[in-house]
Every structure is written in structure tokens, then in C-alpha cells.
Design a protein around this ligand. Sequence first.
Ligand code: ATP
Ligand code: MG
Length: 201
Amino acid sequence: MTTDNNDKSRHKARMQEHKAKVDERVAQAQEEKGILIVITGNGKGKSTSGFGTVTRAVGHGMSAAVVQYVKGTWPCGERDLLMKCGVPFHVMGTGFTWETQDKEKDIAAAQKAWEQTKVWLKDDSIDLVLLDEITYMLTYKYLDVDEVVAALSERPKHQNVVVTGRACHRKVMDIADTVSEVKSIKHAFDNGIKAQQGIDW
Ligand code: ATP
Ligand code: MG
């Protein structure tokens, strides 16, 4: 047998072994339930991941709803697209901007967004709920973490939830099924490149 053939058969054996291990793990993963996904960390890609998951679900005919815990009335390409697909949105910041710095108003807006969130977290007909940037509401203590954890835990069994935002509270990560931390290696903004429509919002 030539060296070339030896390499090929060794590679084939390795691949077969790898496939057997993957097949075994696939066979073991039998549970079907909605999952809680947390996308946190300082790098770019958290909200785009959340909206990507909503797009993926809607593409399969699933129903989704989105709460954006953001201040101000920022434009958002994903919102414009997904609303056309019938995805309901609640945007916390409507009517408010960073400039107001009015804590009472912010808390009231966060509570209103949370009321809508609770409705969707009880709605059996919704397959996926995206809670974009909700982590900051817990950091600022605008929402009670135990109440958020309870509502997430008591949601319909098949319902999936994606939570995005930096510095996610430990209690939320503890009950999550999947937690990913997006790490910033570098960001265009650091080199003076302006945020761009279609890329950053
Ligand atoms: P994206 O919406 O692009 O997925 P993100 O949700 O991970 O970003 P946020 O902190 O919510 O991150 O970002 C809000 C805005 O700040 C976005 O326009 C994003 O491109 C930008 N941004 C994200 N990470 C960084 C960073 N490390 N440095 C500077 N700007 C950032
Ligand atoms: Mg974001």
C-alpha cells in the first residue's frame, strides 16, 4: 500500500470513529422542549443572533414575538422586516431617549415592556420570544430578577426564549439551557469607523 493510500485509510477510520461518537450523542438527545438561550458578552453579535433565530423560526412557519428593551426610537432593519412577516413587537423606548435621563419614566417604560413580556411568556401559541437587551433592566434593577426568573421558568413547555445583552445576571444564566458569550476581539468602532445602517442596526 502506498503512503497516500495509508493516509486515506487512516483518515477514513478517524472519520468513522468520529461519526459513531456523533451518532451516539444524537441518539442520546431525545428530549423535546423549548429552550432558554442567553447571548451575552461585550462583542458584537448578540442582537443579530437573537434576530437571526427569530428569522429562522419564522422561516419554518413558527410564531415569534419580540420585546426590545431599548431606549429611544432607534431604527431597526430586523424589526421592519419581521413586522411585515407578522411578528409582533413591543419597543420599550417609544417616546423616550437617552437625553431625558428620567429614571421614573424609564422604570415605568421597563415595567410596561415587562407586562407585555409576561403576556407572551404565558401564551401557548408563541413558539419563540426574543427579549432583546433585557439584561440591562436587571443590571439597573428596573425589573426584579426573581420575578423574571419565575416567569421564564413557568412559560409553556414548548416555548423558546432568547435573552440578549451584556453582563447577564447569574440567576438567568443558571436556568438557561444554552449560554453563549460573545467576546470582542476587535470592533470597527474602535478604529473610528461609523456605525452603519444594515450592519449595526
Ligand atoms: P449587534 O446588534 O450588532 O448584534 P450587539 O447586540 O452584540 O450588536 P449591543 O451592545 O447591543 O451589541 O450593540 C449596540 C450597538 O453597538 C450595535 O450597533 C453594535 O454594532 C455596537 N457594538 C456592539 N459591540 C460593540 C463593541 N465591542 N464596540 C463598539 N460597538 C459595539
Ligand atoms: Mg444588542
